[in-house]
Unconditional design. Structure first.
Length: 103
C-alpha cells in the first residue's frame, strides 16, 4: 500500500481549506526504463473527499498528473474538530484513504 497522504484542513470564516500531498509514482506508460522497455502506466484515476458522509470533492485524473501530486480545495460548512476523508484509487485498483481533523 502507498504511503499515507499528508492532509491539512483548516476553517476560516466558514470555509474549510484542505491541502493534500499524495505519495504516488504516477507513471504515464510512455517512459522507458534503462533496458529500453516501456514502464507500465500506473497513475491515480479518481480522487474524492467527504465531510460528514457528503462528497465535497470528486475528480477524475489521468496520466498527465505529476509524481506525488498536491491538491488544494475549499468547501463551505465545515466545523473545527470534524474530520475530512480523502480517498484515491489508481488504474491498478490500489486504494488509499486518510483523514484529517479540521483545525
Amino acid at each position: 500500500m502507498a504511503d499515507p497522504m499528508r492532509i491539512r484542513a483548516a476553517v476560516r470564516d466558514g470555509v474549510v481549506n484542505v491541502k493534500v500531498l499524495m505519495s504516488h509514482e504516477m507513471e504515464t506508460g510512455q517512459r522507458k526504463d534503462a533496458a529500453g522497455k516501456l514502464v507500465p502506466a500506473h497513475y491515480i484515476r479518481s480522487v474524492s473527499a467527504t465531510y460528514q458522509g457528503k462528497t465535497v470533492l470528486s475528480a477524475q485524473w489521468g496520466p498527465a498528473i505529476s509524481k506525488n501530486p498536491y491538491l488544494e480545495f475549499n468547501f463551505k460548512g465545515g466545523q473545527k474538530g470534524d474530520k475530512v476523508i480523502v480517498i484515491w484509487e489508481d488504474n491498478k485498483g490500489e486504494k488509499r484513504s486518510d483523514e484529517a481533523t479540521i483545525a
